[in-house]
Design a protein around this ligand. Sequence first.
Ligand SMILES: Cc1cc2nc3c(=O)[nH]c(=O)nc-3n(C[C@H](O)[C@H](O)[C@H](O)COP(=O)(O)O)c2cc1C
Length: 360
Amino acid sequence: MTDQIKFSPELQTKIDVLKSRQTPIKLGGISFDSKCLLAPMSSICTAPYRLLMEELGAGGTVSELISCHGINYKNEKTFKMLEIHPRERNVGIQLFGENAEAMAQAAEVAADKNPKFIDINMGCPVRKVVSKGGGSALMKDPLKLSHFFSTIKKAIDIPLTIKIRTGWDSDSINAPEIINIAKNEGIEFVAIHGRTRTQAYKGQADWDLLEKIGQDKFLPIIGNGDLHTPEKVRARLEDTKCDALMLGRGPLRNPFIFLEGFMTEEDDFNFSAQDYLEIIERFKSYLEDYTDRERTIHITLRKNIVWMAQGYPNVAHFRNAIFTAKDIDETMDVTREYFSQIQGGKRIDHSKDFMAGGHG
Ligand SMILES: Cc1cc2nc3c(=O)[nH]c(=O)nc-3n(C[C@H](O)[C@H](O)[C@H](O)COP(=O)(O)O)c2cc1C
């Protein structure tokens, strides 16, 4: 492991103050730096983003979902997804697939990359995945799960975890049954997105159910869904019965949410537009370390910058400018110009849907 690279003294001080309020936790045998973890997100949670989020207070992270068949066919793109940065400390690799033996074979390869744990995607609602029996379709047939879990577990000597939904649809809420099977097969923890597969991203995450499951405590439970603001994170941290929380879309627009979840009313500082610019610059350098593909860097940077800018003044104008920028340099010029003239804070409109689609 290499040493952490410091941010500017102003930003680093704020990070250090808030990180000092986080307490490390253990979920089963897996230790994390704090109770708030970054949720897996496809095409987002690659090594550069995960590393940045760990530095900004995520207690742990999970990769995007990675196809077991892609690994077993030695697909080059799939192998790239398995990469872990040497400074990532608390990362799990998430696999998806429907066949126990194929998953076991892929898990062995993934475990060689030195993640802390292997996670099974049992929440993906996307038709292409569920039609083959993977993702949330695994929840439809609990009888098959003992064999599925035990076969994968036998192939690896690091912990195995699962991420599920509450059930397939409102008539088949079976998360507790699945957690019971998982417990018997030695699964380390269960992360639950509080919606059914049928709901996809509609409606609200069912936190009443998540809290009830958290209280029953068959296994360490991570509650997930709709914690998109520091206020919501703070409120949930105060009295949740779940062992940990997982945040997905919140950090995309507010990369400081893992830290702000630990702020109090007495704190007399905030994260400024200058701080945003600093982490964007760092993210760019992590992307450049990760890949030589200019197009990938450009597209990834652009989408993350646009998310991060949401809620700042004149963002529509900035978005247009960034989408017409022809390369990385121009994108960064426009970004530097925009963020350096911002005064004051941002105001995100949380009443509108944001990224209402994804693989879990
Ligand atoms: C763009 C996007 C991609 C996602 N990809 C994955 C994935 O690869 N694996 C997974 O288990 N969940 C995935 N999810 C689901 C999230 O991990 C999380 O369960 C969901 O977004 C609800 O949490 P949130 O309200 O904090 O975003 C994805 C969600 C989004 C929005």
